[in-house]
Design a protein around this ligand. Structure first.
Ligand code: NI
Length: 199
């Protein structure tokens, strides 16, 4: 690994670039990036992953989101391209850039690229952990409201996607963290169904 990612000033540049290309929305904006960063750092320590690659990938993983509609392309591919341009301009070595780019591409659920490094696994797991548990419930409600969907469609979304995420975790550490968040969602859905039925 090159020393550049150890440099606090470079790390600050990366962070402010990421901030500039994120909005303030709870579900996909800067608050999400910060939650993913903290989860990813925690997992990186537990899994002995390279913390600098993980940190850089977490900060940059969603920078393409704001441009997804106008560019009509998967946000992870846009993020990967923007990240490469930024890191090249900061003279980060090719090896590190490649590791970060791979992690960013592999975090996307819809692209279907399998993470092949521990750093990519950690980022993918952190991003999925942020989609479940109490935060996951808030994000699901927000998604529902934004897209004018009814409550049955929201419940269906839990079964189609959110309740399957715990089995898609790559690392043992994330599997453990996911179990607790998963259980909370199961209890929430049971209670919601009861209340909707008037019992
Ligand atoms: Ni994300």
């Amino acid at each position: 690994m090159c020393n550049l990612l150890l440099d606090t000033e470079i790390m600050q540049e990366i962070e402010s670039f990421a901030r500039k290309h994120s909005d303030d929305s709870f579900d996909h904006g800067w608050p999400h990036v910060m939650r993913v960063l903290h989860l990813a750092e925690k997992l990186a320590k537990m899994e002995n992953a390279n913390i600098y690659i993980v940190r850089t990938s977490a900060l940059l993983h969603d920078i393409g989101r704001l441009y997804e509609k106008e560019q009509n392309e998967n946000h992870a591919l846009i993020s990967a391209r923007m990240a490469k341009e930024l890191l090249d301009s900061l003279n980060v070595c090719e090896n590190c850039v490649e590791e970060v780019i791979h992690a960013i591409k592999a975090h996307s659920f819809s692209l279907g690229i399998k993470p092949r490094t521990i750093e990519a696994k950690v980022l993918s797991d952190a991003d999925k952990l942020d989609a479940i548990g109490a935060v996951g419930i808030i994000r699901a409600v927000m998604f529902n409201v934004k897209n004018n969907r009814d409550i049955d469609m929201m419940i269906q979304h839990f079964f189609d996607k959110l309740l399957t995420l715990k089995d898609l975790m790559n690392t043992e550490s994330a599997k453990k963290l996911a179990e607790d968040r998963h259980q909370f969602m199961v209890e929430f859905i049971e209670r919601l169904k009861k209340e909707l039925a008037g019992t």
